[in-house]
Design a protein. Structure first.
Length: 255
């Protein structure tokens, strides 16, 4: 399915079915199982050289009865975190390159919403801000959550080679959070790191992006409905839980 108006129709015999939905995984960026081979434990893996998108998942067990109307509404949950900003201050003038590496991360997502592979790594190459001693990331980055206590390694490269400074984070890097990491180089001490993890700010930033990208297209309502978030407008918020399911047409009630 490529849009909110797309439909999937199938005739099923009576029984209990497991429904798994993964959103954001397009075939251009991910290796996807075929329809014939898809199972709950099938893996959705990122292609070489590609970056994660805003992956979301929903699943449910659905009993199908013969001749009955079966309605299913799935609530998606986010399976990635957003690395919004990585910044290192007071970098020595002799440094020609700065990188930040985060390990261990989960490597892939399964169709049942679980993760696969626990030895993933993500390296972010920072760029220098003109006329300053500050190096920071150029683009925001989605990542699967950490598979354990994450280690952040800051690498400085100069004429003598690369020197690394590694730190183990106390807080687990989890899905559905927006991450900011900031470090300051202190001569003789290395890089002192600090950071923030916020959930509400993540949603605010994502909602802003949807409003900007789909202005006038009527897509924002589907974003609120799919993510089960309150509809936000100038005068407040509207909790739509259970209030927006669409009726099944009589002509489709036997499908």
């Amino acid at each position: 399915m490529n849009g909110a108006d797309d439909e999937i129709r199938m005739k099923l015999v009576a029984g209990l079915y497991s429904v798994c939905a993964v959103a954001g995984a397009g075939s251009d960026d991910y290796v996807l199982p075929s329809m014939a081979e898809a199972r709950k434990n099938s893996i959705v893996s990122l292609k070489e050289g590609k970056s994660h998108s805003d992956l979301m998942y929903a699943g449910a067990s659905v009993p199908v009865q013969a001749g009955a109307v079966n309605t299913l509404e799935l609530v998606m949950s986010r399976k990635v975190m957003l690395l919004e900003e990585v910044k290192v201050n007071s970098v020595p003038e002799s440094v020609t390159a700065v990188s930040v590496t985060i390990v261990p991360l989960y490597e892939s997502l399964c169709l049942d919403g679980t993760y696969s592979g626990a030895n993933g790594t993500q390296t972010i190459t920072l760029g220098k801000e003109a006329g300053t001693d500050v190096w920071k990331n150029v683009e925001k980055l989605y990542m699967l959550e950490a598979s354990g206590n994450a280690t952040v390694t800051v690498g400085f490269t100069d004429a003598d080679g690369t020197k690394n400074y590694s730190y183990v984070l106390k807080d687990k890097l989890e899905a559905n959070y927006k991450i900011k990491i900031e470090g300051t180089y202190m001569s003789g001490e290395g890089v002192l790191l600090s950071g923030t993890m916020t959930e509400d700010a993540f949603w605010e930033a994502l909602t802003y992006e949807y409003r900007k990208e789909f202005i006038g297209e009527g897509q924002l309502i589907f974003f609120y409905k799919r993510t089960n978030r309150p509809i936000t407008f100038s005068e407040g918020k509207f909790d739509h839980t259970g209030k927006l399911p669409l009726p099944v047409p009589d002509s489709e009630s036997a499908i």
